[in-house]
Design a protein around this ligand. Sequence first.
Ligand code: 4AZ
Length: 837
Amino acid sequence: MDTQCEENNQTSGDVDASQQDAASIADVSVEVATVDHTLRKLCRKLRKTRRKPKGLKRLLAYLVNILHLAIFVAVVFVVLVVIIWLLLWIFIIHRESNTATYFAGMFRVAHVEFIPEYRQAESHEFVSMANKIQHVVTNVYRMSSVARLYKQAVISDLSNNNKGGVLVHFWMVFVVPRLKRPAMCDECIGAIFRDSIHTSLKNRSSVGYLLGLAVDIDSILINSVQRSDFTLSVTGSQCVDKLYANLPGARVPINVFSSWGGVNCLVKLTAVPGSLIRLTVTSFHIEPSDCVNDALIVYDALLPMRGRILHRLCEPVSSSFSIVSTSNVMLLSFRMTNGNKSFRGHFEAIAEEICVSQIETHLEPDITGQIYSPFYPSMLPPQCTCTWKFKTPKSTLGVALHFQNYVLKPKDIKGCDSGWWKVNEIIFCGSYVGHRTVFRIAGHSPEVEFRCSSRNSVQPFQASYSSYNISQPCSESHFLCNTGLCVEKSRRCDGLDDCQDESDEVLCSRPTKNCGGNRPLHPLFVCNGETDCHDGSDEVNCTQETTCSAISYRCRSDYCILKKNAKCDDVPDCLDQSDEADCVCGRPSPLKRMGLPPGTQRIVGGVNSGEGEWPWQVSLHFTGSLYCGASVLSSDWLISAAHCFSKERLSDPRFWSAHLGMLTQGSAKYVAEIQRIVVHEYYNAYTFDYDIALLQLKRSWPPSLSPLIQPVCLPPSSHTVTESHRCWVTGWGYRSENDKALPSVLQKAEVSLMSQSDCKKSYGPISPRMLCAGVPSGERDACRGDSGGPLSCQAPGGGRWFLIGIVSWGAGCGRPNLPGVYTRVNKFTSWIYSHIS
Ligand code: 4AZ
């Protein structure tokens, strides 16, 4: 208003001047002068009004003005909020909350004869049969509790079936609001279909009638699937191939290349009815990437159904192997990223095996022959059976089965997932182990029944059989181990695990240094780098070539020396000096160490570490938070515990990052993404046996970051740790069992290694692949968050640091007489090298 008044003042000034210049246009001038005058009057009045408010009335008017303004602002605000919400609902919430959910299913239609035209989806016969089935499926779901969510069913394949009739594979699409998603579980959708058949079931038959369609209730399987699987199968038909094996035994080649027309391809295999499919993989050239980029998934169905995965192949294959289906169909789902990737193999129709055999054994102790798992050397399918009926020459002789890497144990409450065995009416479960075992059956004509019991394909097995003397399983000079092996009696209590389960090392007194006695010196004292006998006789001829055994060090050229800890001790011991090769490890540089402020006792008796003190220590983060520890083995490999990666999401390398060269959380010198996680194939999630895993980094840490990042030395399998080794456990794990906050500085605690027999006093049977360490009071220990991290021991005399253990488990943290349990690393040396070199 003021501006307006000033403008008008100005205007009137201009007009005054023009009045003098242009007297001829007096009328106009007068009129302008009049308006101007009026305006000036008004302005003056207004200024006066503002300068002198008149009491309550003016205040009221003022408030009313404010109120109007507030109402106006509020209305505008509400309108804006409504518009934004509407837009959000239309474009995001509505779309988000109503998502399509896809299911793949299969069932057998009995009493319908398969005709070859059903193989062609374009044929009149296929279309008419598919329409009929589609009508039935639609009817079932339109009458169900999920009727409003059901969108459509698409019949994908009609195939002949070993049980007769036609096997139907189909897709279903549901559009589900977010709140109703829990109602869409696989079991619920399957149960709706089963329930509708159930009501029409005839006595004793599993075939029920749905609108005249005879559906076998036992054959129904319905799984939710990814949208990408549905779109690839239904719309990406340029990369869906169908192959048939119409003649038993005839090989049908399969070659797939990454330049084949896409990275995602399905190959559907069908064999003659009554047969099974054997797929042989000859070579598979891909980047190993934990199934993230390149993978072949083999399904025991014609659609990618989660419940029917036979095998996932995510590593390159150079020696061929084969997989067997449980029926005459199989699906291969290839995912290969760009590059020179290829798959070569073939498949064939094979007969269902009738695996029953009568076997006569010879007089003991000869190995008489071999038994093989069904379809040997193919992998075992999820369903198979085999029966061996043995007969020995005498009633005093039983049957011994000698396995290379398999063990039978009486069935307990847990299910059998690597084979179900019935021997003389007693049930046993089979599992894979890393050593030999012998299973003895005390009967002269036992019947042994084997059934496949895993959800996927598993490794095949073979066993040699022999007779044995029931009253004396091992000869006079031998001792019977719990693994069934017979070992020489002289090997009992020799400090070595000859039985493979340490059963020859229980109830042993502490080894004595029987120097100069007539019995050989206890192997633990021989060439262990310490003078145990005063005449030094235990440390002579240690680098002379000797026969290889569990207590000798194997040089690269495959001869052995008795010196146990020859590796990386800065003294060349092997003739080829291989013991001092690859020794850039386990030697932290003497950096300026941080002083320990008083009273910083932490992590179950730990203290702060110094910068660069444990350059192999890694902090493993799952979705951004500390989850486990690990150790650096090389420029691109880390070592950790299998249990850190044992659940579905935990096994996906994309969720993990490795923080290297770090003292305080958040200050890593190098953060690496993980390319691949290799969990030990025999890892047992119940017992924590074989609790070891390797992680390959996507990108190596740069050498310039050494010495803050450096590998730890790997102990050779003969490596022995004596009392003069100093061992420390390190990590960022909790400081006590009930701690709520993790320390930010890397903690370290010195612990003592315990004998296996002392540890068994605390925990009962522990496996030979476990090692206990702690202090009797329990005040120094590892805890949650330290798992997978190192137990590092320094060779005497300021030598290098070796990775002796990996934090694995324990009863609580820091409890008296309940030490920490670690994975015994030297039991895995060859397994580790087989993956990282
Ligand atoms: C754990 O949960 C854990 N006291 C690790 C070590 C120990 C206990 C628990 C040993 O990761």
